[in-house]
Ligand binder design. Structure first.
Ligand code: HEM
Ligand code: SF4
Ligand code: SF4
Length: 523
């Protein structure tokens, strides 16, 4: 099931790519867009509260008055409703995407687990909002909710009866509902903060253009289909036809169909199922990164680059002249290797056979990466000799969550691209110390280097892609040395479904390298 979902999201993201470049792709901004919709709901909510009459008799009329003022209060009311609906849709997509990509286990359990109450609080916020309109839909939702609660038997007497006779709804009860509708969303905000608390630099704000674009879309929707009410609530009757909100209220018709017991069973069962997803089936955490103290100079680059705050800098414990040392918090480490790429000691140029670095993962270690690189480059050179003098040699450093170096090589061969490809794989391209690019190019071992990883702005390990770009552009240490000719380097970000996109890039790159070789011969 996860595989199907994952493929669905890869295609969905690719479908948005031609219109929304890179960071603007909304499918890669679901969490931050949900945050943005929250602010829209909060601001419009404050505005309409100014005109809202909190008494049972006055509430409906005050909402009707707002609806009549279509250009301001009415617009605010519609925005309030549609941004809330958008929150539900975005949250569900966000949940499915994190699930599809497997970003909910291991160190990520905290974000997942704290996401579950968000669903409930979002539901309570929306439902309590529907009550306040005090129209026929509110009446239906109120009676349904009370019957649902009554089944638990915790209130002594049945509270649904409060809604069954005319005049039963009191101003006091109504004020309580207003209070609930203000405080539940505030609590929701608190849990939203808690949800991203453990993530380093969480993206809680979408790119500005995307945020304003989504707001503009909601404004257009609100003007074309303004939110309206049903007739005023009348506890002596019930309208047979309701104009339904399928984002917030699908549980109610289901409740009518299956009754309170099975409904509680389904709600609790589903909540448990989602909550336990990080541990069932049992997750085997990959071994955490290890620090070799006598190679660590306490520079703290690994701590700065780790996307999961799994490295802490602590006072030196071995008497060495440095102030600090890196310490890995094992249960936060996802073994992405990004810290290995950040460590200044991680360089393949060292003669030292063991190639021990300051911080390393278990599979592959830095040493294994160099062995892999040496072996793949040797094989590619042999292949290029067999292909003829002018065959281009390219080293491809690929991650495990993108197209992958192996798949790219196979597609390049299918297409008859005239290049000998050295394929080197690692968990995340952020693990690759930039000195490896230098290593492959500086001795003329390879004609070019291609680094390929997950789709743009969709790094499985959050920051690997960004750090790699920053290191190459000399904006982050350890950076790629100036002497490395950038025209011999290509970066390609593509999802596993985009093998052809990567092969196209390889074709163009090989052409460019061929032209550079000709230029060199001519000089
Ligand atoms: C009000 C609803 C929600 C909001 C506003 C929200 C927002 C966010 C944001 C801003 C991030 C950080 C994204 C990044 O920096 O890359 C995030 C991450 C995450 N969210 Fe949510 N979220 C919501 C609901 C949920 C739900 C219902 C789940 C699942 C049960 C969930 C699971 C996750 C996970 C697992 C991550 C971590 C992703 C990673 O480590 O790469 N979220 N969320
Ligand atoms: S392997 Fe990844 S998660 Fe673990 S310490 Fe290094 S950067 Fe952090
Ligand atoms: S990057 Fe390397 S040298 Fe710097 S603190 Fe981390 S382990 Fe030590």
């Amino acid at each position: 099931m996860r595989k199907v979902l994952r493929t669905f999201f890869h295609y969905l993201e690719a479908a948005f790519d031609p219109v929304f470049e890179g960071a603007w792709n909304p499918v890669r901004q679901l969490g931050s867009l949900t945050f943005f919709q929250y602010w829209v709901v909060a601001i419009t909510g404050i505005y309409i509260y100014i005109f809202f009459d909190t008494t049972v008799d006055g509430a409906y009329e005050s909402v009707e008055w707002m609806t009549g003022q279509w250009y301001l209060a009415g617009l605010m009311r519609s925005l309030h409703r549609y941004a809330s609906d958008a929150m539900v849709a975005l949250t569900m997509l966000h949940l499915l995407r994190e699930f599809a990509y497997g970003r909910f286990r291991g160190a990520r359990w905290f974000a997942w687990f704290t996401g579950v109450p968000l669903i409930w609080f979002l539901f309570f916020s929306g439902v309590s909002g529907y009550w306040l309109v005090w129209d026929q839909l509110a009446q239906y939702v109120a009676i349904g909710s009370m019957e649902w609660l009554d089944w638990l038997g915790i209130f002594g007497k049945t509270i649904a009866n409060n809604f069954l006779k005319p005049g039963a709804m009191t101003d006091r009860f109504f004020t309580l509902l207003v209070f609930i509708h203000i405080f539940v969303p505030l609590f929701l905000l608190f849990i939203m903060w808690f949800h991203v608390m453990r993530l380093k630099q969480p993206r809680i704000n979408p790119p500005r253009g995307l945020a304003w674009g989504s707001l503009a879309a909601l404004i257009v929707l609100s003007l074309i289909f303004p939110a309206t009410s049903h007739d005023k609530a009348d506890l002596s009757t019930m309208t047979p036809v309701l104009n339904f909100d399928w984002f917030f209220l699908p549980a109610y018709p289901l409740f009518d169909a299956i009754g309170p017991g099975p409904m509680w069973g389904a709600a609790i069962g589903l909540t448990l199922l989602i909550s336990l997803a990080p541990v069932i089936p049992r997750f085997h955490r990959p071994p955490a990164a290890l620090v070799t103290l006598d190679k660590c100079n306490g520079c703290s680059r690994c701590a700065a680059d780790c996307p999961f705050d799994a490295v802490e800098m602590k006072p030196r414990s071995d008497g060495a002249k440095f102030d600090q040392e890196a310490v890995v918090i094992e249960n936060r480490c996802v073994a992405c290797g990004i810290c290995v790429g950040a460590c200044p000691v991680s360089t393949p140029f060292r003669q030292d056979e063991e190639l021990v670095t300051g911080i390393d993962i278990v599979d592959p270690t830095l040493k294994m990466l160099r062995i892999q690189t040496d072996g793949a480059m040797k094989a590619a050179r042999e292949q290029s000799r067999a292909m003829g003098e002018n065959a281009i040699c390219v080293a491809v450093f690929g991650c495990a969550n993108g197209v992958g170096a192996g798949a790219l090589k196979a597609r390049a061969q299918e297409r008859g691209i005239q290049a000998a490809i050295a394929e080197i794989s690692m968990p995340c391209t952020g693990m690759l110390p930039p000195s490896f690019i230098d290593y492959a190019l500086s001795r003329g071992e390879m004609d070019g280097v291609m680094v390929t990883g997950c789709g743009e702005n969709a790094c499985f390990y959050r920051f690997g892609q960004f750090w790699m770009e920053d290191r190459i552009n000399q904006q982050r240490d350890p950076h790629l040395r100036k002497r490395v000719r950038r025209e011999r380097l290509a970066l390609v970000w593509a999802a596993p479904t985009e093998v052809n996109k990567t092969a196209d890039a390889m074709e163009q790159f090989v052409e460019r390298l061929g032209a550079l070789e000709k230029e060199k011969e001519g000089a």
